[in-house]
Design a protein around this ligand. Structure first.
Ligand code: ZN
Length: 350
């Protein structure tokens, strides 16, 4: 029988898959705000012949563009903030809910106030920076790239159309060769990292408030071909609550954490009266490293389909091995969908 700590790791591994779907959905919403402003930017650029402009009018153009970029990033981070606030609240509820479902007896848990969780999300740095600093650097660098490209274009005698093409990219390249595309990519990295940061801080804060029960925080790397060395090397490490490293370890980091709960003895309880299986389930041990193939085989069919796609999942069930845990790309969940799926997944495994 799986111990409580094994069950927790199992459930949170599934949860992390869903969080990445949420991340994809959040990215799309935020990028939509930027796309609207890119259109405005191009429209403004095409209004006059840039090369024939006086110095004063060129500076006016850059000021206008700066305002467009600023308002775009205000919209984008506003949209992101709404998503992150909802996620932060949900994540704490989810963790406590999980304790209630997984623990063999009922423990008193402390529910942190939503405002405190959100305050912690803003106040705790990742990569040595606070979220709002990351946002403002993102905006500044987005404008700088646009400005430098226009200035260089003027000096080098490019036409307005050429300058716009450098910014927007070309259709044959799917616009991936444009400066604006680079800006969207950096935004995407910030959004993904901010989602992971929010979930991890909300979780950590919840563990800290429940340190009577939680004795450690385990680092869980998503192990696949894209895993960075730093995350792979931290996989399975257990830190004291509130101490040591926490994900995200870098931009686009997909590592997460799970709590390690105390044993009966560490809780100061005499478990001798309890049935043997209940006694054994709270042994306080840290779960061994996950074998992802074995792990995914234990998951409900619907979840396997979800992760691998139906065709690959059918092969997988016929015995084809997945030695790396590869999540299907491009899947999206809204927070409501994530909540619903998690309730369903839980119902299927119990
Ligand atoms: Zn990582």
């Amino acid at each position: 029988m799986a111990s409580v700590n094994e069950e927790i790791l199992d459930e949170l591994t599934r949860h992390q898959v869903y969080l990445q779907r949420l991340s994809a959905n959040t990215v799309r919403k935020v990028i939509a705000a930027l796309n609207r402003s890119d259109a405005r930017l191009v429209e403004r650029l095409l209004r006059d012949d840039i090369t024939a402009m006086s110095r004063t009018r060129q500076e006016q153009l850059l000021r206008d563009l700066r305002r467009i970029v600023e308002s775009a990033y205000t919209d984008a981070t506003g949209a992101l903030r709404i998503e992150l606030d909802a996620l932060g609240k949900y994540e704490a509820e989810y963790q406590l809910d999980m304790f209630r479902r997984v623990l063999p007896v009922r423990f008193e848990t402390v529910t942190p106030a939503a405002e405190q969780i959100l305050a912690a999300v803003s106040a705790r740095p990742f990569q040595g920076k606070l979220l709002r600093e990351v946002y403002s650097e993102l905006e500044a660098s987005a404008f700088r790239k646009v400005r430098d490209n226009i200035r260089a274009g003027i000096i080098e005698g490019r036409t307005t159309d050429q300058i716009v093409r450098d910014l927007r990219g070309t259709r044959t390249q799917g616009y991936r060769d444009g400066i604006l595309y680079q800006n969207r990519r950096s935004t995407e990295a910030v959004v993904r990292t901010a989602v992971n940061h929010t979930a991890n801080v909300a979780r950590e804060y919840t563990y800290e408030r429940n340190s009577d029960l939680v004795k450690g925080v385990r680092w869980n790397a998503t192990l696949d071909s894209r895993t960075t060395l730093v995350c792979a090397s931290r996989d399975g490490k257990v830190y004291d609550p509130g101490k040591g490293q926490r994900p995200p370890a870098h931009f686009n980091c997909r590592s997460s954490t799970s709590p390690v709960v105390k044993s009966w003895r560490e809780l100061g309880l005499d478990a001798d009266e309890l049935p043997a299986s209940t006694r054994a389930s709270m042994n306080g041990q840290v779960p061994a490293d996950l074998d992802y193939d074995g792990w995914l085989r234990r998951q409900p069919r619907a979840f396997q389909d979800e992760v691998l796609g139906e065709k690959k999942a059918a092969l997988f069930r016929k015995g084809v091995k997945v030695d790396r845990f590869v999540d299907r790309k491009g899947r999206e969940f809204t927070l409501d969908e994530l909540k619903r799926r998690e309730r369903e997944a839980w119902a299927e495994t119990t």
